[in-house]
Design a binder for this molecule. Structure first.
Ligand code: AMP
Length: 309
């Protein structure tokens, strides 16, 4: 006679956990792997709506969400920027608890310590890499450590940090990680300003200006998609932002999306990237251009096809 199977199959219960020790993290993940899909969401804390949109996406897909909070010293070019980066751990943990995040990883201060370094080549010399030369190698090194340690099924990132996405995509490809990327659209405040932990450092006096960042991106995209954009029009926008009261326009660039290469006469998917400084706070943003673009004789114009065609 067969024995009647009356014991229910074991339910996998993941207790809400805060983990600081890498060995505990590895053990915990070993108990989950193969049974559940692990989605890793790295953050530097001071959590806001943008971070929550990543978490919500993960939860909607039914993944085990592992959120890390680690202000990575390696990606800061200036000591003061690192020192002044907003840290609100207690509030962050309450928020993660409120949103039922499964696992929270709080690496120790020395998590990034290693004599090794990563040179990420051309990608690191564009946009934010121009005046922050070590930024992306700092990002790359930490992400490399995270991926090796956690080996998540998915890694969720925000579109706001587009150059960072390209760097991480390259790490995954070149080092044969099996992790797949999930990219979440930029989450914005009512006036179009992309949520960022740095936004709280902007004074009330200057805050009203921030709507101009998204506005400028849209104006440039609209011109490029509809009329053609002379390269010197970008300088016009830079000048206008400075006259309005921004301290510095670090860059406004229209570049090929996949490589961040300059436009040429090959129709390419493109993005418009901006970085400005206001109240000594450096902000970045970007939007996609809805039609493929070419550059001919100093004019950026559509190649006639939409990016989906
Ligand atoms: P951070 O804490 O700034 O390092 O960001 C952690 C993750 O959240 C990164 O993948 C960011 O791209 C993402 N993120 C930050 N701000 C936003 C936003 N406004 N909308 C969507 N994702 C964001």
């Amino acid at each position: 006679m067969f024995k009647k199977e009356n014991t229910p199959r074991k339910k996998i219960i993941i207790s809400k956990m805060i983990i600081e020790n890498v060995n505990v993290l590895v053990e915990t993940l070993a108990n989950i792997k193969g049974k559940k899909t692990i989605n890793f969401i790295p953050t530097m804390g001071n959590l806001h709506e943008g971070h929550l949109s990543l978490i919500k996406k993960s939860q909607k897909k039914g993944f085990v969400s592992l959120v890390s909070i680690y202000v990575n010293p390696l990606q800061f070019s200036e000591k003061n920027d690192f020192k002044n980066y907003p840290r609100t751990l207690k509030k962050d943990l309450e928020l993660l608890k409120k949103h039922n995040v499964d696992l929270i990883f709080l690496p120790k201060k020395n998590f990034g310590d290693t004599p090794f370094s990563v040179d990420i080549g051309k990608l690191g010399n564009k946009l934010c890499g121009i005046d922050r030369p070590l930024h992306f190698s700092g990002v790359a090194l930490i992400i490399f450590k995270f991926l090796n340690l956690i080996q998540p099924n998915f890694l969720t990132l925000g579109e706001k940090d587009f150059q960072q996405i390209l760097v991480i995509k390259k790490i995954i490809k070149d080092f044969f990680f099996k992790t797949k990327l999930i990219i979440v659209p930029t989450c914005r405040e009512k006036n179009g300003l992309a949520f960022s932990s740095r936004n709280r450092l902007i004074s009330d006096k200057k805050k009203h200006l921030t709507k101009k960042i998204f506005e400028t991106l849209n104006t440039i995209a609209f011109d490029a998609e509809n009329f053609g954009l002379k390269e010197n029009k970008i300088n016009y926008h830079k000048g206008k932002l400075l006259r309005l009261g921004f301290e510095k326009v670090n860059y406004i660039e229209v570049l090929k999306e996949e490589s961040l290469a300059e436009l040429d006469n090959t129709p390419s998917r493109c993005r418009i990237f901006i970085s400005i400084t206001i109240d000594r706070v450096r902000l970045i943003d970007n939007i996609v251009v809805r039609k493929k673009l070419v550059k001919q004789k100093g004019v950026i114009k559509t190649a006639g096809k939409s990016v989906n065609s």
